[in-house]
Design a protein around this ligand. Structure first.
Ligand SMILES: [Zn+2]
Length: 312
């Protein structure tokens, strides 16, 4: 089902000497779903009930370094005397059900196969040894989550392509469309040398990654907003920083609107204290700017249910 990659510590892409490797070399195509929107169109709808059901499922939990989750050198973290320690986090799959367009996931949860057969599905030696796979405890596998949906999966909306957001991919059927932010897969980084072969393997056999094509928000509240189903029910919001193509999603449910921040904030503390993630983030100033924009959105709409990248 998956390509077997050689058991290397890391891969060696041909352009490594020219500034690093892509996140993945999987093919990319423009997304045809969605139309350009704006904060002027989106914001009046946020305080109105919508038609989309949304269930945030904790697929797995683990603990990881607080210095990756939160910038401990920030003034608020120093003031709070936060020190590096192990911090409990969760890996989510958000199940989104649209009355006409069907069922989608935001991010992918956790596949049992990934823990049972990491080498066979193509995770590199480096990822197997250096990532905290052994600490992961599954709550509900992606396969079980999909089984409960009771209808074919119509797509996956990624908040970004860090490998922990692809851990459910072994359970995602090959023909399911996959949506990502702009330049998310093609941005070159030296650190990708450790992960790109594993990311490629998790995407092996799937269709091209479909990039949201954001255009500038005329009100300049965000880098861009897309109305995914052209009916004002679900919006993709460009929030670069954590990664180049990070995306937040705004979902209008019968119980009110939900903001899925992705890893623009991984933790509740980071959100409440307006502190960006630590070494897990590529561009901390850019991440902080996007975090401030999401917080300003939540302040303009106090009823908004905000769900963070890896904590409740
Ligand atoms: Zn993450």
């Amino acid at each position: 089902m998956f390509r077997k990659t050689p058991p290397l510590v890391f891969g060696f892409c041909s352009t490594v000497l020219l500034g690093g490797c892509n996140t993945t070399y999987h093919p990319v195509a423009p997304a045809v779903l969605g139309k350009t929107s704006s904060s002027k169109e989106m914001e009046p709808l946020i305080d109105q009930a919508g038609p989309v059901l949304l269930d945030t499922i904790s697929s797995a939990n683990l603990s990881t370094s607080l210095s990756g989750l939160i910038n401990l050198k920030s003034e608020p973290a120093k003031k709070a005397k936060l020190k590096n320690r192990s911090e409990a986090i969760e890996i989510y799959a958000h199940v989104l059900q649209h009355p006409r367009h069907g069922a989608f996931l935001v991010d992918t949860g956790m596949s049992q196969e990934l823990l049972s057969e990491p080498k066979e599905i193509g995770l590199s030696w480096g990822i197997r040894k250096l990532s905290p796979l052994k600490k992961i405890k599954i709550q509900k596998t992606t396969e079980e989550i999909l089984h409960d949906i009771n209808s074919p999966l119509a797509g996956v909306f990624f908040t970004h392509l860090h490998i922990d957001h692809l851990f459910g991919m072994p359970d995602i059927p090959h023909d399911v469309p996959l949506y990502i932010g702009p330049s998310e897969s093609s941005k070159k980084r030296i650190t990708n040398i450790f992960s790109y072969t594993s990311t490629d393997a998790l995407l092996e056999g799937k269709g091209p990654l479909l990039e949201w094509k954001f255009k500038a928000d005329p009100q300049n509240k965000f880098k861009g907003i897309i109305d995914i189903f052209s009916d004002g029910s679900v919006f993709a919001i460009s929030v670069p920083g954590h990664t180049t193509g990070s995306v937040a999603y705004l979902v209008r449910t019968p119980n009110g609107s939900v903001l899925l921040t992705g890893d623009t904030t991984l933790t509740r503390w980071g959100w409440e204290n307006t502190v960006e993630p630590g070494y897990f983030t590529h561009d901390r100033p850019g991440n902080l700017e996007s975090l401030k924009k999401l917080k300003a959105l939540a302040e303009r709409h106090p009823g908004l249910d905000v769900r963070f990248g890896h904590q409740r």
